[in-house]
Design a protein around this ligand. Structure first.
Ligand code: ADP
Ligand code: MG
Length: 249
């Protein structure tokens, strides 16, 4: 059994604004294991982004605790790639290091290696506008990896992309996070993406978000995400989670 890298205890978040208060998260508890990929699915507006923002330290919890097992570095990747159009691919990839004032010869070398390893070496001096949507997301991922985080927080990282690109990127993402040995918490609204990629899927209730159900994803011949979609258990998980989400239009 792997040890926990992170425990969330009785987490509660209330936003206060002039019109009143919004309870976004209500008593959420979960342990995350080292190197685990956990996908969170839940209705729009239920509090998913709030959860990641608290884990990243961008929002303060109203109650409860986040316990990290030792000092852990967090990398946060947002829904859109947020690359700066006036910076080259390399300059974009270095930005996290600049902000954290850890850009030096060694860290720069590591970023160059990542760009090389993941097929972006020939593009490092190009601007984002010359890249496809999928490649921009890969740059965004490398930028997130540049500071060498232990835990990656991905907030619907591929939702702005078309279906084919998302499929290809799910394989890409999986290979990269396994090769780099990261723990991943990701939000997705795509049930199939969650099943194909994650070790566990956490289904959240509508706001205020609580845990409705947790699935251990056990697939026959589990491997790369695209292949996982062919597993016999795939539709079982899909149906169960679809039912849990209880979507109405
Ligand atoms: P999700 O990512 O699941 O769509 P969010 O975490 O973004 O949901 O939002 C959860 C709820 O909290 C929503 O009702 C949203 O309007 C509210 N909310 C989010 N951020 C703030 C904020 N900074 N101030 C006030 N309310 C907020
Ligand atoms: Mg969100």
């Amino acid at each position: 059994m792997q040890e926990n890298i992170l425990s969330i205890l009785n987490l509660r978040k209330i936003y206060h604004d002039p019109t009143g208060e919004t309870v976004a998260i209500d008593n959420l508890n979960i342990d995350i294991k080292d190197k685990e990929i956990v996908a969170f699915v839940g209705p729009s507006g239920c509090g998913k982004s709030t959860l990641l923002a608290i884990l990243a330290g961008l929002e303060k919890e109203s109650d409860g605790k986040i316990l990290f097992n030792g000092r852990k570095k967090i990398g946060f990747m947002l829904q859109t790639d947020c690359l700066m159009p006036w910076r080259t691919v390399l300059e974009n990839s270095l930005i996290g290091l600049e902000i954290s004032k850890t850009l030096n010869q060694e860290s720069r070398k590591k970023v160059l290696e990542l760009l090389d390893k993941y097929g972006l070496k020939d593009f490092q001096d190009k601007y984002p506008s010359s890249l496809s949507g999928g490649m921009k997301q890969r740059v965004a991922l490398i930028r997130t990896l540049a500071t060498n985080p232990d835990i990656l927080l991905l907030d619907e990282p591929y939702s702005a992309l078309d279906y084919q690109t998302r499929l290809a990127l799910s394989n890409d993402l999986y290979k990269i996070i396994k090769a780099e040995g990261k723990t991943v918490l990701m939000i997705t609204h795509d049930i199939a993406e969650a099943i194909s990629l994650a070790d566990r899927i956490v289904v959240l209730t509508k706001r205020p978000c609580k845990i409705k159900k947790i699935y251990d994803v056990n697939l026959t011949n589990k491997g790369l995400p695209i292949e996982n979609r062919k597993a016999p258990e795939f539709s079982y998980y899909y149906d169960m989670i679809w039912r849990d989400l209880d979507v109405h239009i």
